[in-house]
Write a new protein. Structure first.
Length: 95
């Protein structure tokens, strides 16, 4: 079962977490954004070892629980795509 989230909200939580993600590519585990789905909302987390930032967005339609991590450049690309497509596609399915 896939969850539905607003494309604008997906872009927002990625941008929020990206502010705190490490920019050093030699540290791939923190040069990334961690995503966690609780079934009711999606949480994005970034850290640079000294500060940690998290952002939460509620799903429009509930989904399953899962976790995944995206490298920072890939997460930023997803954010740009979500924000640029928000006029044509108001919601994104995450499965």
């Amino acid at each position: 079962m896939s969850a539905r989230i607003s494309s604008a909200e997906l872009g927002r939580i990625i941008d929020d977490a990206a502010l705190f993600a490490c920019r050093d590519k030699s540290l791939p585990m923190i040069n990334a954004i961690q995503f966690e789905s609780t079934g009711k909302n999606l949480i994005a987390v970034g850290t640079d070892r000294f500060t940690l930032g998290a952002s939460v967005a509620d799903y429009e339609e509930a989904g399953e629980q899962f976790q995944f991590m995206l490298e920072l450049p890939k997460a930023q690309m997803v954010s740009k795509m979500a924000k640029s497509c928000k006029e044509a596609f108001s919601y994104v399915a995450i499965s």
